[in-house]
Design a protein. Sequence first.
Length: 405
Amino acid sequence: MPDTTLPEDALPTSHRQWAGVWAMSVAVFAVTATEMVPVGLLPAISSEFGVTTGLAGLTVTAFGLAAGLTAPAVTSWTKTVDRRVLVLSILGIFVLGNTATVLVDSYWQLIGVRVLMGFAHGLMWSIAATVAVRSVSPQFAERATAIVLSGIAAALVLGLPIGTAMGERWGWSAPFVGLAVLSAGAACAVFASVSALPPQMSSRSGSVLSTFHRWPGLRTVLGVTALVVVGHYAAYTYVAPLLLQHSAIPIPSVGALLLAFGIAGVLGNFVGGAAAARESPLGVVQLVFLVLLAITLAVSALPTAGVWATVVLVVLWGLSYSALPVVLQTAVFRVASGAKEQATSLYVMVFNLSIAVGAAAGGLAIERFGVTGPVVLGAILCAAAASVVLLNLLSNSVALQRETS
């Protein structure tokens, strides 16, 4: 069999390479939709297995915690495996896992299957962007990152409502049949379009902990990530009560507004990728989106000015937040250029754990301060993230002036 390995420094950006990037985006869509689809099926899952809605919700929580907590370890364990083979193996796990989801006959079997897929999901998050970036010429790295991460936004905008509709029409397990088929299709696309990618980490590569200590800039990016993700999910988890009770949006319009948020998020994903590719310092790009997000959340807590003002705020929220994961992922690559996958596994861990912390913090805020509490908390945390970025920019500027003087 001919060797399809391509030199890292001489990758042609052909149609096949771009097809590989889009195949990775479909793969990311499939695994993210697998994580999120139960959100729209909780009543049906609760009824099917005779558990409370809260326990049914653990099908999402257990999946996310498994992904976040194990991503660094699983990435380290698989560091000597060809990345193309690894992606195909992950998709194989999702084919089997989604099929097994349809066949389980108890609640705990379902949780077990979800946890096993969660392990694979954390690994996919850790390597997906690097696979895409290594598949194209260096000048297209940010565009490739944006395309791959658009699979996450698309899973929320399209995967969740489609999965919910399928569950309502054909039963709660129907979406997982579709996801098994989609995962198999994504695997075929990756097999056909992604070339062999030998691992960049050797068996002697440092641990994830050493990566954290070796690259000081990584700690800053992870700190900013934690602040903004906790802030966003504290607010977004309770956006429906905010819209209904504070903004006086009628119940039938809430779904449309959330759809607008999702569409703005897909757009923001590509806006973030384009901004990250510009010559301006990446910290400046982070600062712009963080300030916009903080202001949007703060204004959302003020007395509403009407339906159209709420629409504008929701769209700006979706746009500004969704630009940040691409920008932050690019920042991870730049500040830890010698350990991209290990650094990304830490980013995945921080991101996923911050989602859980954000949802919990939002719950405390709404109980203590009412429906505007979560968005106020989100605005404060996003402003804190912006302050960290600003201080880092000023510190780097002072250091540069000292070097040149």
